[in-house]
Design a protein around this ligand. Structure first.
Ligand SMILES: [Zn+2]
Length: 228
């Protein structure tokens, strides 16, 4: 009996890669996964990590391989602080417009950079710009990656007329149990919106989890509420 219990504790639930992209987690618990694309950045990422620490929140970072290779200590720090890394290609091209071999290299090189620096290969992949086709999914799948898109796009990249308050409102208004929120590891704009997003959604009873927690492990709403 004890041996069986011990085995259950160490055994990771086998996660079958879905061929279609995942756009949300299970909806039975009030959990939300914040995801940050396009880092790591030498100035912005440390600030984002400090902010997440101050709220005791773990998130998921979809990193660009070439930036990861340029900022290995920041990449390690993301993992050290308990966050999850995902693959966001090697150099952020539109993968739906590349030849199959180039797509494969874009995804594989990013995997290799993450593994070389952190000793752990990523499990999740998000195509740059959300541009994908069946071939993209197939290649990611063959490289052992689950493609993950998002439930809520915060539109925090490239929208000049947008304010941090408007960004916060967009996310808060559309929040649902199991939502995956797309944000960017890109600077003050997102950093300014995050406290409002986090505080408001916590008041509404939401907890924040990584994609690993949301998609791989059985979610227990009560214990998650305590840890976040
Ligand atoms: Zn991106």
């Amino acid at each position: 009996m004890i041996i069986t219990a011990a085995l259950l504790l160490v055994a990771r639930p086998k996660f079958a890669l879905a061929l279609s992209p995942i756009t949300s987690g299970p909806t039975f618990a009030k959990v939300i996964a914040l995801t940050f694309d396009d880092g790591p950045h030498p100035f912005h990422t440390p600030q984002l990590l400090d902010l997440l620490d101050s709220f005791q929140i773990k998130a998921t970072f979809f990193v660009v391989g070439v930036k990861a290779a340029e900022n290995p200590f920041i990449l390690k720090n993301i993992v050290k602080r308990g966050h999850v890394l995902g693959n966001h290609s090697w150099s952020h091209p539109n993968l739906s417009k590349l030849e199959g071999k180039e797509v494969e290299e874009q995804i594989r090189f990013c995997n290799q950079a993450i593994k070389a620096i952190t000793e752990t290969p990523p499990r999740f992949f998000r195509p740059p710009g959300g541009n994908w086709n069946n071939r993209t999914l197939d290649i990611a799948n063959k490289l052992g990656l689950q493609t993950v898109l998002w439930t809520i796009n915060g539109y925090d990249a490239g929208f000049d007329s947008y304010s941090p308050q408007a960004l916060a409102k967009t996310v808060i208004r559309r929040a649902t149990p199991g939502a995956i929120v797309l944000l960017h590891d890109g600077g003050n704009f997102t950093l300014a919106a995050l406290p409002l997003i986090i505080n408001t959604l916590r008041k509404e009873g939401y907890s924040f989890v990584t994609l690993e927690q949301m998609l791989h492990k059985p979610i227990k709403p009560i214990s998650l509420a305590h840890s976040n």
